[in-house]
Each structure stands twice: as C-alpha cells, then as structure tokens.
Write a protein that binds this ligand. Structure first.
Ligand code: FVH
Length: 295
C-alpha cells in the first residue's frame, strides 16, 4: 500500500445486499470507509453511519490504498474500474467469479500496478458481522496484500487464505457451493417423495438432518481414497450393492409420482462406473465414480 491513509481506512465499491452488510460492519468496527455505488441512493444508509460517499469509482479508489470490490459480476468490475488509476493500490475483489476470471483479473490488476487478492464469500449478508454465524471468506492471490490487511479483512467474517494462485479462492467457493446444491437436490427429492402422504415435512426434517450429518463421513472418506487411489480397502457399502439398490430409489420415485431428475445423474454415474468393469469396480466405494467426472 503506497498511500499515507491510516491502516483502518478503506474504500468499498458496491452497495448491494452484500456490500451494504460489509459496509455496516466496517463502520461499526470504527473503520474509516469511503463508498461508491452506481445507484447513489444506496449510499444513504452507510453515509448516515459515517461513510464518505464518493461520486465516482475513480474518486473512491483515490481515497484509500485498500479497495474492496463487491459488485454483481466480473464484467461489472471491469467496467466500473475502466480507466481508473490503480497504481499502488491493494485490490480485494469479493465479487463472485470463476477461477479463470480471478486469474485474469489478477493479471489485469498487476498490469495496472496494483496488488490483488480475490475472495469467495461463504456467507449470506445476514451472516456478515456475526461471528457466531460461522461465515468466512476464502482469499487467494498476493500473500503480502493479505497479510497487510488481514485485520481489516477479518472484521466482516473469518478470513481463510488458500494460496497465491488468484483462481483458488473462486475454486474453493465454487467447490463448496456445488456440494451445497447437490445436497439441496437430495433434500428436495426427499421432501417431494413424502408430499401427499401422512408424513409432515417437519417430522421428516430432523431425521433428514441427522442422516445427512451421519453421511458427512463421505467427505473425508472420499478425500482419503482420492489421495491413495485405493477405492476398495475397507469398503462397507459396495458400488455393486448400491447400484442394485438404486433401482428401489427409482421405482419408489415412479410410484410416488415424483420426477427422478435430481437423483438420476448420480445413480447413473455409479452405474457407469460399475458397468465399465464389474469385476474391478463392484467392490469399490462410490468415491471411485468421482474419477469419471474429469473430462
Ligand atoms: N448476497 C449473497 O447472499 C451472496 C453471498 C455470497 C457472495 N455473493 C456475491 O457478492 C457479490 C455482490 O452480491 P450482492 O448480494 O451485493 O448483489 P446485489 O444486491 O445484486 O448487488 C449488486 C451490486 O453490483 C452493482 N452493479 C450491478 N451492475 C452494475 C453495473 N453495470 N455497473 C456498476 N455497478 C453495478 C449494483 O449496483 P446498483 O444496482 O445498486 O446500482 C450493486 O452494488 C456478487 O458477486 C454475489 O454473487 C453474494
């Protein structure tokens, strides 16, 4: 950071739901904050809490060495900062993007004389500034930037640095979100199965939570097997057994009048792994099927 601004002084570009939550926590923690948002009216609340409102991205960036960006998407970041002097600035981009966008944006920042860290927010706006909610942000890119501003970055949510590859924050973010959607798919299918039956969703809910918690062992189990490439030792529920049983899941969906579209892809993957070589893969853990996904 090349400016003489105090260490707890920063700029925030973007006052959507997330940006507004971030602004509130930095202001509450006593940080001096300059904000900019395309729709100026959204700056009224942070201004009332002490933020300085800049009239343009250029004015906002000029105000501080540390510039946090929380805009809609990567294209918006490029357009908002087009032509803005970033020399000597420390950019922290909390806008959701792909790993490739993170890497390209890091190169773009470096060409403009700025240090860069990309971030992936693992929290909703209501979790920001609420430590007990467990939200955090993945960061990757310049370690020096991260170390310089760590205390400031830890104000809204936990800060986890995942390496100097600027694409890795987004990759961690997307990996976790993808797993979440897989889980949502399974939960949605389970509730659809009981609809119209004399089973209340609220009665199934604790059973589902408990079961998903117990099945959480698969996270570590799969990691170990992918590392060792040993998919057979100590298997208790073999791929052959699970593939045979999957017919029951599909027939039950049919009988309940429920589309199997959310669970079929995973059952198909298991079947594909098994049929490729039943003798070799029948005794495997389902983690072996992960190897089919990489194109
Ligand atoms: N909200 C959430 O739950 C998730 C949690 C995980 C991380 N995401 C990502 O955070 C980024 C910002 O999300 P947000 O919730 O603040 O999103 P919005 O409320 O929709 O605000 C969008 C901001 O972007 C500005 N903006 C949009 N288009 C433009 C443009 N062409 N030029 C300049 N600014 C633009 C918008 O401005 P305005 O509409 O108020 O004028 C907002 O400041 C995002 O990457 C999430 O994926 C949030």
């Amino acid at each position: 950071m090349t400016d003489n601004a105090p260490k707890n002084s920063l700029t925030l570009l973007g006052l959507g739901d997330m940006g507004t939550a971030l602004a509130r926590t930095w202001l509450a923690a006593g940080h001096r904050l300059t904000v900019w948002n395309r729709t100026a009216a959204k700056a009224a609340a942070p201004a009332a809490e002490g933020a300085v409102v800049a009239a343009s991205p250029a004015e906002a960036v000029a105000a501080n060495g540390l510039v946090v960006i929380c805009l809609l998407d990567d294209a918006t970041v490029g357009s908002a900062l087009d032509g803005v002097d970033l020399t000597g600035k420390d950019l922290v981009n909390l806008t959701t993007g792909t790993p490739a966008e993170g890497r390209a944006r890091a190169a773009w920042a470096e060409e403009r004389g700025a240090r860069f860290v990309d971030g992936g927010i693992m929290a909703t706006p209501t979790m920001i500034g609420v430590p007990e909610a467990g939200g955090y942000v993945f960061y990757s890119g310049s370690r020096a930037l991260f170390d310089t501003h760590r205390a400031t970055l830890e104000v809204p949510a936990g800060a986890r640095f995942v390496g100097e590859d600027p694409g890795h924050a987004a990759l961690h973010d997307v990996a976790l979100l993808s797993a979440m959607y897989g889980m949502f798919a399974g939960i949605s299918h389970a509730y659809a199965l009981i609809e119209g039956e004399d089973i209340a969703p609220k009665d199934l809910a604790p059973l589902l939570s408990e079961w998903l918690g117990a099945m959480g062992f698969f996270v570590g189990n799969a990691a170990e097997r992918l590392t060792s490439r040993d998919f057979t030792t100590g298997v208790v529920s073999s791929l052959a057994m699970q593939t045979a049983a999957s017919g029951t899941l599909l027939r039950t969906a049919e009988q309940q009048g429920v589309s199997a579209e959310l669970i079929s892809p995973y059952l198909d993957l298991m079947r594909r792994r098994l049929t490729a070589d039943p003798a070799a893969h029948g005794g495997e853990d389902t983690a072996g099927a992960i190897t089919l996904l990489k194109r």
